[in-house]
Write a protein that binds this ligand. Sequence first.
Ligand code: ADP
Ligand code: MG
Length: 259
Amino acid sequence: MIILEIEDLHKSYDSNVPVLCGINLSVHRGEFVGIIGLSGSGKSTLLRCINRLVEPSSGHIRLPMGLITANGAGTLVDVVRLKQTELRRLRRKVGMIFQQFNIIKRLSVIDNVLSGGLGYQSALRSTLRSFTRDEKRKALINLNRVGLLDHAYRRADELSGGEQQRVAIARTLMQEPALILADEPVSSLDPKLSGVVLDILKQVCQEDGITALVSLHTLELTREYAARVVGLKNGQICFDGASDELTGPVVEAIYHNDL
Ligand code: ADP
Ligand code: MG
């Protein structure tokens, strides 16, 4: 089953310099896709177009209607055409994980996780309301899944970077996402902690049938974690294949800056 279908996606920011130039990409449910490319190649822009944190300039981004309505099932709808209410519903099913963790430092770990149930745009609102027993139970279950149950009532900023990113994963799980967009989730972490975080991310995705698009900054991690890899160069896909096809010339083509 297709969970994401991108067709001829273009994006230019205000300066009108093309940043994405005709992206075509299909992703099946449950895939864990690594996105690689030089800094500035368009990885973040691509990920952010998918939930319209960035507005595409043209093209189509289709996701199953079932993510928006209870009875829509697998029929694909174009995200680019969604109205605000539908977009909000869709965003609840699309989790986002950022390089800088984006957790609220002065809140406890569990309050950070609970805020995920509200969608990632309303983290601050969570400080203004109380949560039900069921919500708390779910938050503790998700903290247990990322191995941080013991830290539930600590202040978030007492945790290490790797632990904070695991909090961010638990928070995203509160949304019960169908798709997770992770934008360089381990670029701020050393290789060992990167492995721990990616192990956990991959495991929860497998367990819950979540599809993941994950931009990664090293080839070692990409080869280890992503069965399928999409290479971006100057806003175009220059490689889309199995990570064991990432041989010397392919890597050279992706990372060689010939501008
Ligand atoms: P990557 O994540 O691969 O480093 P980005 O998607 O962040 O690439 O950036 C691609 C290009 O788009 C870069 O040239 C960057 O300067 C530009 N860009 C990114 N975000 C914005 C923005 N908000 N406004 C203008 N230009 C942007
Ligand atoms: Mg980026």
